[in-house]
Design a protein around this ligand. Sequence first.
Ligand SMILES: [Zn+2]
Length: 392
Amino acid sequence: MNLLIRNVRLIDGCGGEPVPSVNVVVENGVISWIGEGSVVPSAHPHYEDINGEDLTLMPGIFDCHEHFAGDGGQNGVLVMNEDTPETLLVKAAGNAQRALMSGQTSARDVGSPYGISVTLARQVATGSIPGPRITAAGQWIQAPTTWPYSMVHTIESAEQMRRVVTDQIAQGVGLIKVGATGVREDGSDYATLGPEIAGLVVELAHGAGLKVAAHCTGFTGAAEAVEAGIDSIEHATQIDERTAKLMAEKGTVAVPTMSTWDYRLNAAVRWGLSKEELDISEARRDASKASFKRMLAAGVKIAAGTDAGGSPVRHGTVVRELEVMIDAGLGVMQAIESATRTAAEITGVLDRAGTVEVGKLADLILIDGDPLSDIAALRNVWAVFQGGRRIR
Ligand SMILES: [Zn+2]
């Protein structure tokens, strides 16, 4: 758990310019010293000593929107809905390992069938299985609507919501996930929770030191969630100017999950999608990009999340999400922050992770190349450290 990384280019995740030549010392799994240029602390004969020349050191990457129980793929969500809890837990362990090996040292799991992600998170934390540090919602909670899957717990009153949230807190969830948007048969959207229940969730979760994430694919559900003080808007495909401004004012974080439509559109030919299916995906892309631009213009905080497992997207593919967000107007350094510092903030672990600073956990990646000149370099992961332990 003790190491010295010499002469490395540092992108610390705080948004500043990269520093060309840095030496970093890790002791007992924590970053204990950072110095520039030729200053190297006196020799530590038993430390792992890494030549960082021409490599880039960064905080380990976060994915803020995953469902580890699902493998992704065209029918992944349906399969997840039919698997037994035991099968789901084993698959989730495999997906967690895949994510970790890609350079992803932290994650939010925003909804799992039977709440198995809480067990997954705990087993990773105890060291039983390898994986990113997982902050897990159990089942996601929502009012009756069109989403029938086993990962959903349906409530019909404020009293039921109070009971479910209280139970989940007692079970040790890391965040509360709610659905805030429903879609009517004519395609129009509506807010499913209502201000009373949305406010109650925020009050209960914040009272327990947890954040609330809301699935929002409609204008009205998103507006209501932001007004109620929900911490992150997931998907954020329909955000109008007024809601974007309110998000910026209140510090609400958006997790745009653009990978979902990007994956579908890229797979359209091999899946043989019909004209109608393609139209739906293209409309989602256009709405998502337009909302994203409104949020960028308003100065909304953006965190990277793929919806891996809850969509066809595979685990360990955050870099694609960054590429799509950059293509839609996000700056490259902002994209890196969206998967590091801002991600750690919305995950509630910024005091421990998300940046390369003295006192933080040594969750680090070494990249062969410069992600600022080409974000795709983030796929060239040369080393992964978690708590100072070399994983790859
Ligand atoms: Zn999802």
